[in-house]
Design a protein around this ligand. Structure first.
Ligand code: 16G
Length: 266
């Protein structure tokens, strides 16, 4: 790794001929190395002083190039652990028409799914959970919070809450929550989703391996059983660069009729 880094950063003048500030040349060299896969997603960049010595430029030049690339999202900085190549993803296109689970969505695309547990247990519900899930006082809530990863790219943080009576043992969820719910006849058949834009704070950005301040799509899903009973209240934080939500829109019945009527008048 050290040798390949030396090759990448050696002789900036020869690798990036022409005029222009040195930091721009250094920036281009890092971009090219990432494009060619010489430095991969998740790889750490050598410390600033090492790059400065390999490239024979000042540390100020290195800092400026790195800062620009952090701003552009190619690199991320983690306090205390250094600078890394951000994980780059081709956005997943998600149609807002069917009630599917993360496992199903990703499997359909041939992606390999895994989750990292952030929290799992039975708790006293928050007032918001009590209202959303229609819990009575004394009832407990099962919470499962996971980082959802597809093809080794962190995609979303999902914090699901269900009545403890529905999911008495949260540890039963090993891969798919919806598979566990289906096994007990509690798989939701309908859901309402609210999607809003937000900016990632330090902690969630670190978990999702993006720079703090990056955009996210925050989704709140309330899912229902056929009977109308609420089964799941989930708040998710999706990386905005990893998802595109697509909805098909159609002219609705009444306006279609009024459009026809307008046509008749004309
Ligand atoms: C989806 C749902 C989430 C649900 C999860 C179950 C959205 C925004 N959220 O990610 O509410 O809990 O699927 O996935 O689509 P699983 O069955 O793979 O655990």
């Amino acid at each position: 790794m050290a040798d390949s880094m030396r090759v990448i950063f050696a002789d900036i003048a020869a690798q990036s001929p022409g005029g222009g500030p040195l930091y721009v040349k250094l920036k281009r060299i890092i971009e090219r190395a990432v494009d060619r896969g010489l430095i991969k997603s998740g790889d750490a960049l050598p410390p600033e002083r090492e790059i400065a010595s390999m490239a024979d430029v000042s540390r100020v030049t290195v800092r400026k190039a790195v800062q620009e690339l952090v701003k552009e999202g190619l690199l991320i900085q983690r306090h205390g652990s250094g600078t890394f190549v951000a994980s780059r993803v081709k956005p997943v296109e998600q149609y807002l028409t069917q009630l599917t689970s993360f496992t199903e969505d990703m499997a359909r695309r041939g992606m390999i799914v895994r989750s990292e547990w952030l929290d799992r247990g039975i708790y006293a519900p928050s007032p918001e959970e009590m209202v959303a899930l229609g819990l009575t006082s004394g009832e407990k809530v099962a919470r499962i919070s996971r980082l959802r990863v597809a093809n080794e790219t962190p995609m979303a943080i999902e914090r699901a809450a269900l009545a403890a009576s529905v999911l008495p043992r949260p540890e039963d969820v090993t891969t798919s929550l919806y598979a566990v719910l289906a096994a007990s006849g509690n798989r939701p058949v309908r859901a309402i989703q609210r999607i809003s834009a937000a900016i990632l704070k330090e902690n969630d950005a670190r978990i999702l391996e993006v720079q703090p301040g990056s955009a996210s799509l925050n989704i709140e899903r309330i899912s229902y059983l056929e009977s109308g009973k609420v089964i799941e209240f989930t708040r998710s934080i999706y990386r905005a660069d990893a998802y595109e939500f697509i909805a098909e829109l159609r002219l609705s019945g009444p306006s279609e009729q009024s459009a026809e009527a307008a046509g008749a008048v004309l």
